[in-house]
Design a protein around this ligand. Structure first.
Ligand SMILES: N[C@@H](CCC(=O)N[C@@H](CS)C(=O)NCC(=O)O)C(=O)O
Length: 118
């Protein structure tokens, strides 16, 4: 089972590498403004998780700069469990107005980003 999942993960990564999708381009000033807004966001994820790839592709499609955090690393994993509440990826950490929100579910994350940064 582990081997099959590992192989599928590599296939997903390869397909994503070959077909990265189009990155949205904005005028420099507009992009800088959006980058400032996305400064407080971080995506906790695994490299080869299909739900994480889906979110990373959406981020690229929207031309967003969001910190990517490897949730396989112990310190990040602990942070996700302790502060987010569960070990599940993808999870978007949203630091906004002095509050931190942990958003799970790939579809919810994509919908949130599309709404915020259309
Ligand atoms: N419905 C969730 C599914 C997410 C999911 O199943 N993620 C897996 C990795 S692909 C996970 O976090 N499993 C727990 C673990 O690996 O410990 C979504 O769309 O985000």
């Amino acid at each position: 089972m582990f081997v099959i999942r590992w192989i599928l993960g590599r296939i997903i990564l390869l397909a994503n590498f070959i077909f990265p999708g189009k990155k949205r381009q904005r005028p420099v000033a507009e992009q800088a403004k959006i980058d400032e807004q996305t400064n407080g966001l971080a995506l906790y994820q695994y490299a080869a998780c299909p739900f994480c790839v889906k979110v990373r592709r959406a981020i690229r499609r929207q031309g967003l700069e969001i910190a990517i955090v490897d949730a396989k690393q112990d310190a990040n994993k602990q942070q996700l469990i302790e502060q987010g509440g569960q070990l599940k990826v993808p999870c978007l950490k949203i630091d906004k107005d002095g509050k931190t929100q942990w958003m799970y579910e790939s579809n919810d994350i994509i919908a949130y980003l599309e709404k915020q940064y259309a």
